[in-house]
Ligand binder design. Structure first.
Ligand SMILES: NC(=O)c1ccc[n+]([C@@H]2O[C@H](COP(=O)([O-])OP(=O)(O)OC[C@H]3O[C@@H](n4cnc5c(N)ncnc54)[C@H](O)[C@@H]3O)[C@@H](O)[C@H]2O)c1
Ligand SMILES: N[C@H](CO)Cc1c[nH]c[nH+]1
Ligand SMILES: [Zn+2]
Length: 427
């Protein structure tokens, strides 16, 4: 991992670049696949599944019998762990429910706002290098609490043409309606346009690699909504001499192991800590089964020394990490002042993995600096707010002239008439 000492502010944007390809790099591939799926539906889906996942499938929908069999093969101990995680995710997301907001803005004018579930949604569950069944919980649990009706899940098949047993078990446990063995750009295309097999949905959720993420971003051109760009995982840790170097190294490696295009960053006011973490990483990485991929991510990663907490905070807000771990003496300074981060983990005993699996918070989070403007997935991601109003005779008498004046000033006579006709009847 490269160490950078006191980087000059004018170099920050270059220093903080992500190692992923850009929308421009991937756009042509996405457009080609989208056009093909739009034209040829399931035939195109099957072609790209063979090309990218190396398997030729006659049937892309997972049958109830396959789900039953897969579920029976998941060890009991793991099922219990999945259920514990599910309970915590349920508790945290159910607590996010809000009451209807209702107010009389003036006499005779009642306005209110209510949340209604998005009826048809698509969940993308990554499966390229690891079957992320935890993501099923992160998406399907809040979707059910929100009341979404049709929940369609897509995930890439392995070389045997199967989706991991744990993904199917979690899908069944969390009330997913239909499951398809389709991944990557072609899955996003299927959910966007619909095919004979895959239902078209109103909103697509879920993380994925850079191809999936760019496909989701481009899918919005065709009218489907997305949760956010949730691409290759990333982590920024701020730590000082009060941190445990081996814990910090383990956290950095936990996100680096997601893939070669992940990135992790350590910011510190202590050169000693940076050195200790560097050597811990070199030690711990040797025992990781995904060492090669992890090493590639570590090569994209940085240890950054800065002189004080103010500079550290400014740099962190500029980077806008997906995950932000705080292991410093004055943790409140960072907790109170962080402006841009997807999810924050505080103190030596809060590993980022806790949020990935089981503490209850959602792990589908904005990457690539998008935490400057986007929230991670939460209960509201699965609902829309609808406003309602009811105006009485007294109410329209009160507000009518205001509307007439404004409509006239905008040159919209028909708008004015809609009020004037009523007012004339009431006079
Ligand atoms: N931000 C988040 O909230 C979050 C959460 C979990 C995981 N992640 C990220 O999800 C990603 C999972 O990636 P993954 O690759 O393991 O699984 P994936 O399911 O996202 O992608 C696999 C698919 O990518 C497609 N693909 C692969 N190479 C391609 C190419 N050259 N051209 C076109 N398509 C190609 C294939 O169709 C394949 O099925 C990781 O980057 C991880 O960091 C992010
Ligand atoms: N860290 C990922 C979000 O960026 C989520 C995840 C799933 N499994 C393990 N990790
Ligand atoms: Zn993770």
């Amino acid at each position: 991992m490269k160490t950078i000492i006191n980087p000059n502010k004018k170099d920050w944007s270059e220093l903080l670049k992500r190692p992923t390809q850009t929308v421009e790099n991937i756009e042509n591939t996405v457009t080609e696949i989208f056009n093909d799926v739009q034209r040829r539906g399931d035939k195109a889906i099957t072609k790209y599944t063979e090309l990218f996942d190396g398997v030729n499938l006659n049937e892309i929908q997972v049958s109830p019998a396959e789900i039953e069999k897969a579920s029976s093969l998941v060890p009991e101990e793991l099922k219990e762990a999945i259920q514990t995680a599910k309970a915590n995710i349920e508790t945290f997301h159910a607590a996010q429910k809000t009451e209807r907001v209702s107010v009389q803005t003036s006499k005779g004018i009642d306005c209110w706002q209510e949340k209604r579930p998005i009826q048809k949604i698509g969940l993308y569950i990554p499966g390229g290098t690891a079957p992320l069944f935890s993501t099923v919980l992160m998406l399907a649990v809040p979707a059910n609490i929100a009341g979404c009706k049709e929940i369609v899940l897509c995930s890439p098949p392995n070389k045997e043409g199967k989706i991991a047993n744990e993904i199917l078990y979690a899908a069944q446990l969390c009330g997913v309606t239909k499951v398809f063995k389709v991944g990557g750009i072609q899955a996003i295309a299927g959910l966007t346009f619909g095919t004979d097999a895959i239902p078209q949905v109103y909103k697509i959720f879920g993380p994925g690699n850079q191809y999936v993420t760019v496909a989701k971003q481009l899918a919005t051109k065709y009218g489907v909504a997305i949760d956010m760009p949730a691409g290759p995982s990333e982590l920024l840790v701020v730590a000082d001499d009060t941190a445990n170097a081996s814990y910090v190294a383990s956290d950095l490696l936990s996100q680096a192991e997601h893939g070669a295009d992940s990135q992790v960053i350590l910011v510190s006011t202590s050169k000693l800590l940076l050195d200790k973490v560097q050597s811990e990483i070199q030690k711990q990485i040797l025992n990781l089964p995904r060492m090669e991929m992890t090493q590639k991510a570590i090569d994209n990663s940085k240890l950054i020394y800065v002189e004080n907490d103010d500079i550290a905070l400014e740099l962190i807000n500029e980077y806008a990490p997906e995950h932000f771990i705080i292991c410093t003496k004055n943790e409140d300074f960072y907790v109170d002042n962080i402006a841009n981060a997807g999810s924050v983990f505080i103190g030596n005993y809060t590993p980022e993995s806790a949020g990935d699996y089981a503490s209850g918070t959602n792990h589908t989070l904005p990457t690539n600096g998008f935490s400057k403007a986007y929230s991670g997935v939460n209960l509201d991601s699965f609902t829309k707010s609808i406003t309602f109003q009811k105006i009485t005779k007294e109410g329209i008498l009160n507000i009518g002239n205001t509307i007439e004046l404004m409509a006239e000033a905008e040159g919209l006579q028909a708008h004015k008439n809609a009020v004037t006709l009523r007012l004339n009847d009431l006079k």
